[in-house]
Design a protein around this ligand. Structure first.
Ligand code: ATP
Ligand code: MG
Length: 384
């Protein structure tokens, strides 16, 4: 009797002749997520089995697997020889000691002497005989004994189908560059896009020494947490200190955020192209704050020359985003109180509905190309 984890995958079966490619990618992602933990992964028709791990690592492994996109569900169970006596022993091991139960059998091996109905009743009968505190309730049991008789002479016995992360295997939908601040929203945006199969590099802008080093550490931690979902990521850190000083010195202060956003987008597009990203991803949500009006987005979007900008949170309310950030485990880090570069030199009354013509007039006062090039020169790359 061996403890195993059964992994069932999600949407991949939709992909027709690309299926082989998807499955290989999925296996690579599974291996990445379990790197450094003793285990073996075996493919079986329509599922994967994690075997040969230390039982004490079970929770650690399932925590890792719960973050792998493409997993539809998984189960922790026992693998035994496909013989009734062995299946019975495994069923006893996964069963509760009292309460109601039902047996639910799936028989892939059609040569097994009993069919699934017969296995259900034979096994149910034996369970009742062995423990007087158990009774059968097929409609609302307190636990289920699932039996899966495989083609290769093995049977899997387990209680639960645990819902997986869903989505598509990371890497199956190209690569994006996520603009990650220290806030709540951008990690959630990255998670959503990774869920659709996009691998991510990240880009963070800081204004050191106006922002402190803890602000950067916080973003590194957020990116590290995100990387558990995105199968690793590279964080690019760029200084916009000089850009902000120049805007502060030469332009109408009300345009600080608007102008800074345009610089961020220009730099992002250049860095995206350098790292092979096919789009830019932001955590913007329509009308959430002053800079996220449609006019603000128009202004920052208009400097982008080639790449699409994905804003997966555009239609979400803040409390929906907060819920998601709690669910993915980034919330606690996001609410640490370090200053973001956008709050440096922030005017009392930032312009909320910037007219593009006015923005351009302010921007004329700056040597945009030089400042962009200079900022890109400060890039620091951190692999997570
Ligand atoms: P977040 O919670 O992600 O910070 P927010 O609601 O605070 O979002 P803004 O600060 O206006 O909104 O930022 C909007 C988006 O712009 C962010 O989600 C992020 O994608 C990008 N962004 C803002 N500041 C930075 C930064 N310092 N570095 C990288 N990207 C940034
Ligand atoms: Mg922010």
């Amino acid at each position: 009797m061996e403890k195993v984890i059964i992994i069932r995958y999600a949407e991949m079966h939709l992909k027709g002749k690309n299926r082989g490619w998807f499955e290989r990618l999925f296996s690579v992602n599974l291996e990445k997520s379990l790197k450094g933990i003793r285990h073996e992964i075996r493919r079986q028709s329509g599922r994967y089995l994690v075997e040969n791990f230390n039982e004490s690592d079970t929770d650690f492994i399932t925590d890792k697997l719960s973050k792998v996109f493409g997993i539809h569900s998984y189960s922790v169970g026992l693998k035994v020889k496909a013989e009734m006596e062995e299946i019975f022993k495994a069923a006893q091991a996964v069963a509760g000691s009292y309460g109601t139960f039902k047996v639910d059998t799936h028989r892939a091996d059609k040569t097994f002497p009993l069919n699934s109905m017969q296995i259900n009743s034979e096994l149910g009968g034996r369970m009742l005989e062995a423990n007087a505190n158990l009774s059968v309730d097929v409609h609302n049991p307190s636990f289920v004994i699932n039996v899966d008789v495989r083609e290769n002479g093995a049977a899997l016995v387990f209680n639960e189908f645990i819902k997986g992360a869903g989505g598509m295997p990371v890497g199956s939908s190209g690569k994006g560059l996520l603009l990650i601040s220290g806030g709540i929203d951008s990690p959630v945006a990255g998670h959503m896009i990774a869920k659709r199969g996009m691998s991510l590099d990240c880009l963070h802008f800081h204004s050191y020494p106006y922002t402190n080093l803890q602000a950067k550490e916080k973003v590194i931690e957020l990116t590290r947490k995100l990387s558990e979902y995105s199968c690793g990521t590279k964080l690019n850190v760029v200084s916009v200190t000089h850009i902000q000083e120049e805007i502060h010195k030469k332009c109408n202060g009300e345009y600080m955020v608007t102008l800074l956003r345009r610089f961020m987008m220009r730099i992002a597009e250049k860095i995206a192209e350098k790292c092979g990203a096919q789009c830019i991803v932001t955590g913007e949500s329509l009308a959430q704050v002053a800079s996220q009006t449609i006019e603000g987005m128009t202004s920052s979007n208009s400097v982008i020359e080639r790449l699409p900008v994905l804003r997966p949170l555009c239609g979400f309310d803040k409390n929906e985003i907060i819920e998601r950030s709690k669910a993915i485990g980034t919330y606690e880090t996001s609410i640490e109180p370090y200053e973001d570069c956008c709050t440096v030199f922030l005017p009392k009354h930032p312009v909320t509905r910037p007219k593009l013509a006015d923005v351009l007039k302010e921007e004329e006062k700056l040597d945009v190309d030089f400042l962009v090039k200079e900022a890109i020169g400060t890039v620091e790359e951190i692999n997570l």
